[in-house]
Design a protein around this ligand. Structure first.
Ligand SMILES: Cc1cc2nc3c(=O)[nH]c(=O)nc-3n(C[C@H](O)[C@H](O)[C@H](O)COP(=O)(O)OP(=O)(O)OC[C@H]3O[C@@H](n4cnc5c(N)ncnc54)[C@H](O)[C@@H]3O)c2cc1C
Length: 389
């Protein structure tokens, strides 16, 4: 039986391990965390509607359910040609027939970013956002700003949706506490039309939502850095802020950037449509780690990572059996998310033909909650998978 090493325990790595096991491969997964973190439902941690535990699934439980091994350690070096992986503990893994790289991405660093917290960073930051928000609520008033940054080299690495979600959830929470009029909420981003990836009508709808919720907008000017008390812009203006949430755009993972893997301008692994790395034998890259090829609006998303993971399980197994059949991720690129507001949601969909944002008051919120439950339990094998989810 061929031995496969999966690097990373996020959406891409866990899904790859599960589907490789369905092909009876011998699978070991390395992760620097001992849990799988369901990022899409972590947006409720800042407002206290969910805890970190609610959105974490122990890797040991997943390993038991599917029969793969887990090594909790950090990958510190990848020598792809030699198929040699060095871990932070000093352990060397060089006995595997195949390697699947699924380490996620790094973040572009801006001056003073230590004064901000991100919902897309380490899970600890979501908990800190909750603590900082609680402190402001206890104080009774304040200025809260949330936004995201751009990556001029690769728009697919820009993640904006969670900034909208957390901001609308904070608005809903403050209204429920009867404190909304005591807080100034501002959305900020450097681009003229943030969210354009979702399409024109979605951006118009977002503007209406900002108006309806009295959330200010500060867009179209480059961010030069952050201070403890606000955000600085290129035109010399400063947005005063007591609590700043900033989602910096993605860039290459530092370990991948230091490796011998072929990289895009932004530091993502260059693969073909089958997630194979040309010129390298038996190595694949999937999820946020790899350079997506496709339309301008393409976005690194969890469901794309999962399609790639399933494809790689299929492609890798067929390769090991000398079967000439492969699956491509092309044709599966779309933007799909339920953007939560705390009291409802908006269904966002974008493909080559259309871009839609459909408001779903109340029910949308519960649909997203239901998806979180489905994600955990279907991955643990407790309920069947719904095709395409
Ligand atoms: C707040 C938020 C909301 C989102 N909402 C949606 C949504 O609604 N729909 C959607 O489709 N997508 C959504 N996404 C995007 C989606 O979560 C990502 O595309 C997805 O997580 C990518 O999976 P990945 O496995 O490639 O990377 P990650 O999930 O980042 O996983 C990488 C894994 O590698 C591990 N790792 C990193 N470095 C090392 C190392 N050196 N050694 C060992 N292990 C390491 C990490 O601990 C992690 O487990 C959202 C993302 C965020 C942050």
């Amino acid at each position: 039986m061929a031995k496969v090493l999966v690097l990373g325990g996020g959406f891409a790595g866990v899904e790859a391990a599960i589907y490789l096991r369905k092909h009876d491969m011998d699978v070991t997964l390395v992760s620097d965390r001992d849990y799988f973190y369901i990022y899409p439902t972590s947006i409720w941690i800042p407002t206290g509607e969910s805890t970190r535990e609610d959105v974490s699934v122990p890797l040991d439980d997943l390993a038991k359910a599917h029969g793969f091994r887990v090594i909790v350690d950090s990958v510190s070096k990848i020598e792809a040609k030699a198929k040699k992986i060095t871990l932070e503990s000093g352990r060397i893994l060089d006995e595997y027939d195949y390697i699947v790289v699924a380490l996620g991405q790094g973040k572009i660093q801006l001056k003073g970013m230590e004064h901000t917290l991100s919902i897309c960073g380490k899970p600890e930051e979501a908990v800190q956002l909750n603590e900082r928000l609680n402190a402001l609520v206890a104080q009774g008033s304040g200025k809260i700003s949330m936004g995201f940054g751009g990556n001029p080299k690769d728009g697919s690495a820009v993640r904006g949706g969670p900034a909208f979600e957390v901001l609308f959830n904070v608005d809903t929470m403050l209204k429920r506490k009867g404190l909304r009029d005591k807080f100034e909420l501002t959305f900020f981003a450097p681009m003229e039309k943030p969210g354009m990836k979702m399409g024109h009508s979605a951006v118009e709808m977002m503007d209406k939502m900002f108006e309806m919720t009295n959330i200010h907008k500060q867009v179209g000017v480059k961010i030069t850095g952050f201070d403890a008390d606000g955000i600085n812009f290129e035109d010399g203006t400063k947005l005063d802020s007591d609590l700043t949430m900033f989602i910096s755009a993605g860039t290459g993972h530092s370990v991948i950037e230091a490796s011998d893997l072929p990289l895009s301008d932004t530091g993502f692994v260059v693969t073909n449509e089958y997630n194979e790395i040309e010129g390298f034998e038996n190595i694949y890259a999937i999820g946020d780690s790899m350079a997506l090829v496709g339309p301008d609006w393409k976005a690194k998303q969890g469901h794309v990572a999962e399609v790639q993971a399933k494809n790689v399980a299929y492609n890798l197994f067929n390769h090991s059996q000398n079967i000439d059949s492969k699956h491509s991720y092309e044709g599966h690129l779309n933007i799909l998310c339920v953007m939560d507001t705390g009291n409802g949601a908006a269904f966002v969909y974008r493909d080559d033909k259309r871009g839609k944002l459909i408001p779903m008051p109340i029910i949308g919120h519960w649909m997203k909650k239901g998806w979180g439950w489905y994600c955990r339990n279907s991955k643990l094998g407790k309920i069947p998978r719904i095709p395409g989810m």
